[in-house]
Design a protein around this ligand. Structure first.
Ligand code: 3NM
Length: 204
């Protein structure tokens, strides 16, 4: 994948939204996001048919706009929606297993510290999600803040692998993450809770 595709990476599930997720995605696409991840997870998240149904609509919107559509964690949903890729955390399905079944799909992996990085099959993934950059209230079980320094460490260890920072990123601190060497920034609440989505996406 082209690293520049990660530049403005919007992550969202219905549990992050206080208005219609489809209209939020539409506004974000119009404003210039470069990648989208459907992350229906945590308190209040949809399950089963409702999760699929929203995913299907979001997937269609991304296909129409030619925006990469990534599914978080749920391999069956990724398959059913014919998503462009899947993003997994350390305790989700194994990267090796996913790669052997889907040789050509985009796989993203979250890494939060050196031990995770050392133990990860980085050669099998297309990009790394590194965080949390800053304090986040969106992910209740987030690891301790690693900060933009963590981007530098990961980029030094794997200069060829695209890296996207995540966690507490908003227009005022996004540049710091990019200056640390990230290829992009991934945000949830900065966009889902924005009074003016277009302004926030452009400012990022
Ligand atoms: N992963 P917000 S932090 C989904 O550190 C997620 O791996 C993280 O939400 C990690 O942009 C996080 O609202 C939540 O802070 C990001």
């Amino acid at each position: 994948m082209k690293a520049s595709t990660l530049r403005k990476y919007f992550v969202m599930g219905s549990q992050n939204c206080n208005k219609d997720p489809l209209s939020i995605l539409d506004e974000a696409i119009k404003a210039g996001i470069t990648c989208f991840q459907y992350r229906e997870k945590g308190e209040g998240a949809l399950t089963g048919g409702a999760k699929y149904s929203l995913g299907h609509k979001l997937r269609q919107r991304c296909a129409e706009a030619d925006i990469l559509f990534i599914v978080n964690d749920d391999v069956e949903l990724f398959d059913a929606l014919k998503a462009d890729g899947i993003h997994v955390g350390q305790s989700d399905r194994s990267v090796k297993e996913i790669r052997s079944k889907y040789p050509d799909t985009i796989i993203g992996l979250s890494v939060s510290d050196r031990t995770e990085l050392e133990q990860s099959p980085v050669h099998l993934v297309d990009y790394l999600g590194v965080g949390p950059m800053y304090r986040t209230i969106t992910k209740k079980d987030a690891n301790p803040v690693a900060g933009p320094e963590w981007v530098k460490v990961v980029k030094k260890a794997f200069p060829e692998v695209p890296v996207v920072g995540i966690g507490g990123i908003h227009p005022e601190n996004a540049a710091e993450v990019m200056e640390a060497g990230a290829d992009g920034v991934a945000v949830i609440s900065a966009i889902t809770h924005a009074a003016d989505i277009s302004a926030v996406v452009q400012a990022i």
